[in-house]
Every structure is written in C-alpha cells, then in structure tokens.
Design a binder for this molecule. Sequence first.
Ligand SMILES: Nc1ncnc2c1ncn2[C@@H]1O[C@H](COP(=O)(O)OP(=O)(O)OP(=O)(O)O)[C@@H](O)[C@H]1O
Length: 265
Amino acid sequence: MQQALQIKEVSHVYVTEKEASLAIEKISLDIAAGEFVSLVGPSGCGKTTLLSIMAGLIPPTAGQVTLAGSPINGPHRGIGYMLQQDYLFPWRTIWRNATLGPELRKGVDTSAHFAYVQHLLQEMGLSHVRHLYPRQLSGGMRQRVALVRTLATKPDVLLLDEPFSALDYQTRLQLEDLVFETIRSRQKTAVLVTHDISEAIAMSDRVIILNANPGTIRREVVIPPLIRQTLPFHAREQAGFHELFHTIWQEFEAMKTERSRGESL
Ligand SMILES: Nc1ncnc2c1ncn2[C@@H]1O[C@H](COP(=O)(O)OP(=O)(O)OP(=O)(O)O)[C@@H](O)[C@H]1O
C-alpha cells in the first residue's frame, strides 16, 4: 500500500523560560494512503503536539514527517485540519467562510472551486444557510461548515483534533457518521485525536495508544473489517467492539497504575 504520511523518530521538546520538557520521544509511524488512524492516550501524552508536527504547524526538535516522500516543513496544501473549535470568522457569512481556503490560494480556478464548495455545502445539508453568519448556526452546523472549508482545498490528508468534543452527544454521533462517510467515499487519509475510546474504534482502521511523559507509542490496535465496514454509529453494535474497548481501556488503567507507582517511588 502507498505510504501517505511517514513519521520518522519524531521528538519534540518545549522550551519555556523555566524549563525544557520532552513532550514526545522518537515516535515512528507509517500511515498508508486512505488509512484512518486514531491517536488516544492520557491527557498531556503529546497527541496534539504530534498532530501539529504532522500539520507542519510546529517543527519537530528531532526526526521528520514526510507526505508521499516529501518532507513537511510548514503548512502544506496536501494537508487539511479540523479542530475542536470551528474557528469560523464571525464577520463572514457561511459562504465566505467556506470559500476562504480557495480565496487565499493564488492561481486557483475560482469558478471551479466555488462550484465545488457549493456542492460540498449541499452534501452537508448547508445550502440553505449559506447567507447566514456563524452565530446563527448550531455547533453541529458550524462544525459541518468547518469540514466543508477543510475539504474545499482538496487535501489528501485530514488531521482531526477532537473535532466532535464540543458537541452534544446526539450531534456528535451524527457528525461522526458524516465525517467517516465523507472521508471514506473520497479515499482520504485521516488522523484523529480523541479522548473517546469508542469513537476511535468506531472510526478507525488502527488505534494508536500513546504513553505519557514523554509521549511514545505504547500499543497499536488494528480494527477488524466487520467493525470497519459499517458507519461509526452501527460499528458500536458489532461483535468484537466491546472486547476492543476493554483492551484499550485496560491499557489506560495500566498506565494509571504505572503513573501512580512512579509517583510513589
Ligand atoms: N506550548 C507549549 N509549551 C510548553 N509545553 C507545552 C506546550 N504545549 C504542550 N505542552 C506540554 O507538552 C505535553 C504534551 O501536550 P499535548 O497538548 O500535545 O498533549 P495531549 O495529549 O494533546 O493533551 P490533551 O489530551 O490534554 O489535549 C504536555 O505535558 C503539555 O503540558
């Protein structure tokens, strides 16, 4: 399978006035084109740091990330991201927020892009709100606009940093299905950071569990096709789902025990 993202021995040290702290250490991970990978782990284990390095938003202290063989040294047009907050501009209409990506890129065929955004808005059930402002929309609708804006630039890879966590449970489940289907039908590569173990299992091909202090890969759990082939909502009802949940949960419990043992030494 063709490699989309290759993470090679990536480490990151945050340096503040007071101290230097190693957030992640020598993380290596190959993600195939079209694969959906989730990163889970205790708070502070470096999930967002790793995703930010993949996005080219922060340079790694050591190691390298490549996209289809080319090093990522800054924001890259092949990579789009969607965050917990929608970061829509309140003074722009939904249409002008959704078309922001193409607008910022020079030399782009604007009419083709506008037609694509129009198509995406329709697909996400947002055509009727294109003239409204973000404050006039629900949280779920705003995240759908954020998804349209991310897809509008046609990235190969989508990095998703807890994009559903600010939403109510029902909206969250609906949006999980929508994002999953959107990514699957376009055969995009995706990396999701989440605190929600069942969300990670329901959406991914692989779940990567990270250790904390510093962040390293602890374990990788491959999701079987039976779960993989259904929408996330129904994936939760498939045989084997609860066993996988239990496996990952046990790793979290083990990390908690190891932490408290370490603290009492
Ligand atoms: N800008 C920064 N300056 C200094 N330290 C930072 C900075 N950002 C993150 N850290 C530290 O790096 C470590 C990893 O943080 P990161 O946010 O990547 O973890 P996370 O797994 O995404 O956490 P959470 O699950 O709570 O969102 C933490 O110890 C955090 O305190």
